[in-house]
Design a protein around this ligand. Sequence first.
Ligand code: KG4
Ligand code: ZN
Length: 332
Amino acid sequence: MTILAIESSCDETSAAVVSNGQVRSNVVATQLIHRLYGGVVPELASRAHQQHIVPVVAEALNDAKVAKKDLQAIAFTRGPGLLGALLVGTSFAKSLALGLDVPLIEVNHMQAHVLAHFIEAPRPQFPFLCLTVSGGHTQIVLVRDYLDMEIIGQTLDDAVGEAFDKTAKLMGLPYPGGPLIDRYAQAGNPLAFEFPLPEIPDLNYSFSGIKTSFMYFLQKKTKENPAFVEEQRDDICASIQHSLIHILLRKVRKAAQQTGIREIAIAGGVSANSGLRKALQDTGDKLGWTVHIPRFEYCTDNAAMIAMAAHYKYLQSDFTDQTVSPLARMVF
Ligand code: KG4
Ligand code: ZN
């Protein structure tokens, strides 16, 4: 059973081939144009997807040594994401499924981030908790089965990836700032500066307050010393990263305590953060958790995770029809 999957929810055009649950190829074209604008420009993202999608799909089929006639289903990200970007992948997938006369499978992007853990061993045991952290989402997901997931905590305002990117932007770093904060933080002192932590009830998060206090902090410090950011870059990055990770892990600990689950995973773009990966592993070692951290390439947006979700949906004959349209906001 061979499926082609397409991902186009944000600024990565990606295609992957999966056969019987084994990923055979995963091609990702990252749109660099957004760096010129300090963030993803939706209209430019749609245009770039349009340009990339045919060569990316061709390369994915070629890498997997699969011909179009061998495909038994076409999967695509239906949402959540940028509507114009999603339209490109959705329309392409619908046309291809129609042309090949094979079933169409819609995938929820956030559910797929969680299922990235099943691309390769060691795979988590059910039930497990997954901290899903990306540019648009921050969720604690209780995963009972491949397609049976419940969001038990989430951000009430900004996503943590947004907090990384916005604080980086305030420091004058280019987009996307998350990976740069990660890199500079490695040479800095995480306790150099302190930021107020939010007091949000339950398993929910908030990142707008820390972003604002970071802005005032930078304003005050650069007034005192205009070269502050330049001189203290690594310490600033290490300190803000330390605070963001602290906020994330505090609620993961609470969720583990409340549910009694000790199988803990992270997923999404921010799970590429080396500080978060290490902190989660250290916390897990202390508390007796089994920790699951995906390979870097499966943390940020990719079609291999969409293919994995499609594989499990195919097994349940969970198909969609040609009337489907993408959803900018999509829950599961
Ligand atoms: O999952 P993803 O690729 O796209 C969305 O679905 O949003 O996540 C992108 C986010 C961006 O905010 C980016 O800055 C962040 O993930 N990110 C990181 C790192 N790598 C990517 N944040 C912190 N440290 C990293 N190493
Ligand atoms: Zn994502």
